[in-house]
Design a protein around this ligand. Structure first.
Ligand code: GLY
Ligand code: MN
Ligand code: MN
Length: 436
């Protein structure tokens, strides 16, 4: 992403903060996986949103009106020996030249320098509670400033939750963000199609997972936005099934919920298809209902509609469908108001999507559902899950779990579906198992 994009975001934030303030934004810590092996480092989303700086052990300070520069970046210094082992670092020079920091300091000097930046700033913008160790350091720095109050330095009087402001910014995507998300989504759609082609009875769920990962990696998406769900048959009724270790059975469906992450932006697609390439009558009947529900929900993704309208539309179609199949008994309106559908549809129809798969941003404002605005991106993912073993449900429906999920941009004139993986019954039946 162009450095100007990050500069624009910082300027917007600093305009909101005003003079006499400072924002402190740490990146994520490096986490140990086992013994001396670390998890792959992933920057903190808010930090990366404001800086584009990809390295661990870094902290940004935004200091509006500061004479020596408003964007201060603390990061690791160059170190040829360490770089020989672990790869290049931007260093202080790179922080300024490549990432457009006005001023850069070694991360090892943070404790010495940060209290000085806090001095005489009335308001501190900081997201408390995400990184407990960093919270403790913040408290120590503020106390250091207090100790110096006798020397005439003024102590910050106000602490404001930075996350609220940044998350509101992140909720509405810029054209550059939408472009990056579309890349992640294109890789993901290709991966789903590849998985469909590779699918056969007798294969293992993890073999299909490998097909997804192959396509993610090939497209440059070397991280998943979340652990892939590859759930054959009744495993699909376990909503967060990630074991992915069972054999795929002839006559079962396969539900795949998987998304690549690219440059810290997520895609999130679910497709459900028959393992042997041909829907049974029951599977097809449930699939048609979920697909209709998704269409109805997507149609509600329009500026001016509120957050819950797509969900309400989906619930109505799903409930009517369940009644039509005889799985619920009664009038649709009553079944909806009594939430009888929840036995088969126990999650919501979507969530915000962005740098985090379940992205930031409030769903309600002052107790009211949030109104959709152009630039917001959300998922639309209705499903029906008919768990096995429920004596009240006829056997032939049991073990059918279906979800269909696409990523949708709130466009000026209505919904813009950003994801394009096969989902029409004819397309699916033509594609599944067609690979070598
Ligand atoms: N893959 C997580 C979700 O669909 O919400
Ligand atoms: Mn989702
Ligand atoms: Mn998903």
């Amino acid at each position: 992403m162009n450095p100007k994009e990050f500069a624009r975001r910082r300027k917007r934030l600093m305009d909101v903060m005003g003079e006499q303030s400072i924002a402190i934004i740490p990146t994520a810590p490096v986490r140990q996986r086992n013994r001396d092996v670390e998890h792959t480092f992933r920057p903190d989303s808010d930090f990366y949103y404001l800086t584009g700086f990809p390295e661990p052990e870094s902290v940004a300070a935004l200091v509006p009106g500061r004479e020596q520069g408003e964007f201060v970046l603390f990061c690791r210094e160059r170190d040829p020996e360490m770089e020989q082992w672990n790869g290049a670092r931007a260093g202080l020079e790179g922080a300024c030249d490549t990432y457009q920091a006005d001023d850069a300091f070694p991360i090892s000097d943070l404790d010495d320098i940060l209290p000085g930046l806090l001095e005489n700033r009335a308001t501190v913008y900081y997201a408390m509670g995400y990184y407990p160790e960093f919270d403790q350091r913040m408290i120590r720095w503020v106390n250091r400033v207090r100790q110096r109050a006798r020397a005439g330095k003024s102590v910050p009087a106000e602490f404001v939750a930075l996350d609220q402001i940044v998350h509101d910014m992140r909720l509405v995507k810029s054209p550059a963000e939408v472009r990056t998300m579309k890349q992640a989504m294109a890789i993901t759609a290709r991966a789903h199609e590849r998985a469909m082609r590779a699918c056969r009875p007798g294969k293992m769920e993890y073999e299909i997972e490998a097909e997804l990962l192959y396509e993610f990696y090939r497209g440059g998406g070397r991280d998943c936005a979340y652990p892939p769900i590859v759930a054959g048959g009744a495993n699909a009724c376990v909503l967060h099934y990630v074991t992915n270790r069972d054999a795929l059975k002839d006559g079962d469906l396969l539900l795949i919920d998987a998304g690549a992450e690219l440059d810290c932006y997520a895609a999130d697609i679910t497709r459900t298809f028959p393992v042997n390439g041909k829907f049974t009558r029951e599977q097809r009947a449930v699939y048609d209902i979920v697909l209709d529900a998704q269409e109805a929900a997507i149609d509600k993704v329009r500026p001016g509609n509120h957050w819950n309208e797509p969900h309400e539309a989906a619930v109505k179609v799903l409930t009517a469908g369940l009644a039509h199949l005889g799985l619920l008994k009664g009038r649709t309106r009553t079944l909806v108001s009594q939430e009888k559908y929840r036995k088969f549809y126990m999650h919501r129809t979507g969530h915000w999507l962005g740098m985090d798969v379940h992205d930031v941003g409030d769903y309600r404002i002052d107790g009211e559902w949030r109104v959709l605005e152009p630039g917001m991106v959300l998922t639309v993912e209705p499903g029906l899950y008919i768990s096995p073993g429920d004596r009240k449900t006829p056997k032939r429906w049991q073990g059918i779990g279906i979800r269909i999920e696409d990523d949708v941009l709130v466009g000026k004139d209505g919904p813009v579906v950003l994801t394009d993986a096969p989902k029409a019954v004819d397309d699916i039946e033509a594609i599944v198992g067609s690979g070598s």
